[in-house]
Write a protein that binds this ligand. Structure first.
Ligand code: BTN
Length: 267
C-alpha cells in the first residue's frame, strides 16, 4: 500500500532506459524484505546479468556492516544482479562505484551538488542521501554473482529519518518531489558505464572519476578496523578498494574491505 508518493510506473522506466543490459529485465514490487533478497532468489532461478529489482518499501533493508536501512515508501530501493566476466576482482570496488553512479545521476539530473563520501555514502551538504551495498554468492573459490544494492532517500520527508542520522532526502532538499523513474534510468546508465570501465580494467580512469566527485579528501576521519583505529586526515584513493589516511604516525593505507566503521569529524 502506498501512502506518500506516486507509485513507480514500470513503463516510465523501461521506455526511458538507455542502458544496454542494466534493467532490461526488471521487477517492481510494492513490498519486500530487501531488494537484495529478491535479486538473490531470482539469480538462483536463472535471472540474467543486469536484472534489477525495485521495491516501493523494504521491511528489512540492509545497510553496510549489518546495519538496518530505513526504507519507507517514496524512496528508491533497488538491487542489480552482476555476473562476473573473466576474473575481475571487482567485488571490493562495487559499493564505491554504486555511490559514484548515484552521485553523478543526482548531480546531473537534479542539479544538486552530490558527492561521494568514502566508502559508500552519497551526500549533499554533508548529509547522507544515499548509499550502496554489495553482497555476493560464491561457487567454490569463484564468484557466482554479485548483488549491488542502491538506496536513495528520494520522495519522503527528512523528518521521518530522525535528526541523529544526519541524513536528508531529495524531496526535502528540492522542496518538491523528484521524478523517481527518470533518476532510476540515469543511475542505471551511470552504473552500466562505470561497470564497463571496471570490466575493461580501467581502474585509473575510475579512480579519477571518483576523485572528481569525492568529498572525503581533506576531512578528518576515524576509521575503525579489527585491531586499530587510525585517526587522521583522509588523503587520497590509492586504488578503488584502498585509500590513504594521514595520521600523526604517517600515511596509512587502508583496504576498504577491512573497515568496520568510519566516523567523519567536523573539520
Ligand atoms: C549503506 O549506506 O549502508 C548502504 C545502503 C544500501 C541500501 C540499499 S536499498 C536497496 C538495497 N536493499 C537493501 O537491503 N539494501 C540496499
Amino acid at each position: 500500500m502506498l501512502r506518500s508518493s506516486h507509485p513507480l510506473d514500470e513503463l516510465a522506466i523501461t521506455q526511458n532506459l538507455k542502458t544496454r543490459y542494466l534493467g532490461r529485465k526488471i521487477s517492481i514490487t510494492s513490498e519486500c524484505t530487501s531488494t537484495n533478497d529478491i535479486v538473490k532468489s531470482s539469480a538462483d532461478n536463472g535471472a540474467p546479468h543486469g536484472f534489477v529489482a525495485i521495491s516501493e518499501t523494504q521491511s528489512a533493508g540492509r545497510g553496510r556492516l549489518g546495519k538496518s536501512w530505513f526504507s519507507p515508501a517514496g524512496g528508491i530501493w533497488l538491487s542489480i544482479l552482476l555476473k562476473p566476466r573473466g576474473r575481475q576482482p571487482f567485488l571490493d570496488s562495487l559499493p564505491l562505484l554504486g555511490a559514484l553512479a548515484i552521485a553523478e545521476a543526482v548531480s546531473s539530473q537534479l542539479r544538486l551538488k552530490a558527492c561521494v563520501r568514502w566508502p559508500n555514502d552519497v551526500v549533499v551538504d554533508d548529509r547522507k542521501i544515499g548509499g550502496a551495498l554489495a553482497e555476493a554468492k560464491s561457487k567454490g573459490n569463484e564468484l557466482a554473482y554479485a548483488i549491488l544494492g542502491l538506496g536513495i532517500n528520494a520522495n519522503f520527508s527528512e523528518d521521518k529519518i530522525g535528526a541523529s542520522a544526519n541524513a536528508t532526502t531529495l524531496r526535502s532538499l528540492q522542496g518538491a518531489p523528484i521524478d523517481r523513474a527518470a533518476l532510476i534510468c540515469r543511475v542505471l546508465l551511470e552504473e552500466e558505464n562505470l561497470y564497463e570501465l571496471l570490466c575493461a580494467g580501467m581502474v585509473e580512469k575510475l579512480v579519477s572519476l571518483v576523485r572528481e566527485l569525492d568529498c572525503s579528501r581533506g576531512r578528518n576521519v576515524r576509521v575503525k578496523l579489527h585491531n586499530r583505529e587510525p585517526l587522521g586526515m583522509f588523503d587520497d584513493y590509492e586504488t578503488l578498494g584502498r585509500v590513504r589516511i594521514l595520521t600523526r604516525q604517517g600515511s596509512k593505507p587502508i583496504d576498504t574491505t577491512t573497515v568496520l566503521s568510519v566516523e567523519y569529524q567536523s573539520n
